[in-house]
Design a protein around this ligand. Sequence first.
Ligand SMILES: NC(=O)c1ccc[n+]([C@@H]2O[C@H](COP(=O)([O-])OP(=O)(O)OC[C@H]3O[C@@H](n4cnc5c(N)ncnc54)[C@H](OP(=O)(O)O)[C@@H]3O)[C@@H](O)[C@H]2O)c1
Length: 302
Amino acid sequence: MTPDETPLDLGRTGSLNGRPVGRLAYGCWRFPGTPQAGVAEKIETAFEIGANVIDTADIYGAGEAENMLGSWLGEQPSRRDDMVLVTKGGITPPIPYNSSKDHLIGACEASLRRLRTDHVDLYLIHRPDILTGAEEAAAALTALKDSGKAAAVGVSNYSLEQTRALQAFLDFPLAAIQPEISAWATDALFDGLLDHAQAARLLPMAWSPLAGGILATGAAPEKGTDRFEKLIEVLDRIAEASNVGRDCVALAWLLAHPVGIMPIIGTQSVDRIRASAKAYEVKLTRRDWYEVLEAGLGQRMP
Ligand SMILES: NC(=O)c1ccc[n+]([C@@H]2O[C@H](COP(=O)([O-])OP(=O)(O)OC[C@H]3O[C@@H](n4cnc5c(N)ncnc54)[C@H](OP(=O)(O)O)[C@@H]3O)[C@@H](O)[C@H]2O)c1
């Protein structure tokens, strides 16, 4: 096997704020609307496959997703320490954003009440609020960290420059970023965010790693149908060779990036959560990886 044919390393463990974590996370966005009874099964299955980072937000179901997770944690308090709990605040429909100090502190405290816990392991500003300066947002995150309500803090959907501006007002490093990243949504690979994550040792968590499901279902989006069909074709070829579903290839493609991207699994199906672990079995060569990228971009690399 030549070095070019050697499968890319997908790793098995990562770290968040110095704590060992699995490479896959599990997200609770789609909890509302699914039966409460399933929460235990979904989280336990996520734990089973090593996905101990559990991601939620105050806005998911207007508090309902946090409530569902919290009510399970209320019944199983010993499971709280087994998870690395992430939540987010700052989206306030219809305003639509508020990252002021008072708002973020109040939002985090409300999240903790719904989650039936005294702290989260990571608190993220969900989206940048143009009307809150970086200094004030940093003061909010500092207060949350100093009070112990958030063990670590970070940002979601921030640009590179917004991330840097916020960091300039913090006396401690941000721990994580959470942009959208998938084989279909590759901006973070090119806009400097992932390079910054590498240099600043930030954990990059990828939301919608299956592009909201279309990379699994193959249901073409309205725009870019030809490009999308080519991407599905490439994912299918690799999936067949590794004997896994194409969703696992899409996850493996993220895991293979050297910065240590953590895909957040979003399925509500226990079987699909379990099957996601097959992503670690995917054999991706360098050429495979670039072929997925080129198909997703709709153009060859220069
Ligand atoms: N920070 C942010 O702004 C932000 C934004 C969006 C999401 N997030 C986080 O990212 C997490 C994941 O996002 P996501 O739910 O959009 O992830 P995703 O994995 O891209 O999409 C999940 C969707 O794909 C479907 N799906 C998954 N595997 C499938 C398969 N093999 N066959 C058919 N359908 C399949 C699921 O349906 P089934 O349930 O039926 O399997 C579900 O509807 C969220 O839970 C949330 O924690 C963060």
